[in-house]
Design a protein around this ligand. Sequence first.
Ligand SMILES: [Zn+2]
Length: 465
Amino acid sequence: MPDRDNVLDDIDLNFDTTVAKLLELIAIPSISSAPSGEAGIAQAAEWLKRELDDIGLSAKIVATMGRPVVLAQSTAKSDQARPKLLFYGHYDVQPVGDLAQWTHPPFGPRVIQEDGVHRFYGRGSSDSKSQLWTFIEALRAWRAVYREFPADIIVLLEGEEECGSPSLPDFIERFRSELACDVAFICDAEMWSPTQPAITTQLKGLVHERVTISTPNPDLHSGHYGAVAANPIRILSSILAGLHDENGQVTIDGFYDGVSDIPEKVREQWAELGEEHSLIGDVDLTGGVTEEGYSLLEAMWGRPTVDINGITGGNQGPGERSVLPGSATSRLSFRLVGGQEPETIRKRFRSHVEARLPQGCKAEFEGVGGSSAVMLSQDSRFLKVASRGLEEEWGIPAILRGTGGAIPLVEQFSRGLGAECVVIGFILPGDAIHAPDEHYDTERLRKGVRSWVRIFDEIRQDARG
Ligand SMILES: [Zn+2]
């Protein structure tokens, strides 16, 4: 009877092929946001469908309103009380940007040795082709050794994550019954450090707002009217400046309604991580304001914010124009935590602005999108199982982390499908994600693949009780 160690051996034995195939995938320019990326998207989808079929899944390419989804399934063994596992990854990549800033070709990857690390460069090498390749290779090796998968398997590979996943909600709705699962492993997240794995359990929600304040007048001569007429930039900046008090708290009435304090257990976990972590990176925090009563990590992962993203109005030309502008616009984003609803926050912000407008001036609003925060249970069965598997491979406990970012997909899966989500990944902030010379290394790939095998083994043991 084979066991888990045979699978781990198989991975190490076949690792050159694992790397070579991943490099083939990275060489395909599957840029989702540009029309020119269409051929690359189609080619990558075909390539992945073939690989998934080859490892014994039944794969298809599903057209959507946007980029296609590659969906694969194992033959269900409903006679056994096997859990159903869904794996999510995305095969599309960001545009390369300014080619002159790349010192390696974005779509011609090869392994090179640098400071003792076997590294490969290429767009999508870390975000997110290596990520999806970890679970596909783990499934391949498991089936090669055991002649069956560790559970009932669904693989969903998206082709437009880098464009904000516009077709995904509709796709989930259409394929609701095929996607039903006990747990969705979302493999699109970061490790804590090169040696310590992490599971992301808190994700913030996101709301975008645009506000334009105008006076009853067009642009006016500032010499004539500056002393007496309303100036929308002055009004707007005063409102924006008043959004926070001196302690860094948001002043919008009801902004914190429904927000519970960060649980003591979570605060303790985060406190152990320390403040001087690479999360801050090279960013100089001088002049920044951290909400009073919260550590840096608590503020970054566990507290809601409003951020002014842009402000325009009046003279933007090269020369001087002494004008009293007719209107001024600002764009803002809100990062939400559990208990805050996007539409309520939007309404409260709008009332906040309306209440501060001088007579005769008006405000127009434009809102885009909106997702709620997701707080994943720290006590769930699959999270515990995954933690054990990660710890076995890396020899150090996985950190349960938060993120200031949003993965709307997690909300769609947990709310739309009622599935438990476990967010795991093997990339690092230093991988130059979305930047020139994006890269990854073979050792993290190997340990990423092996991590899944250990997680599968834990799931199998857990299912046996
Ligand atoms: Zn990305």
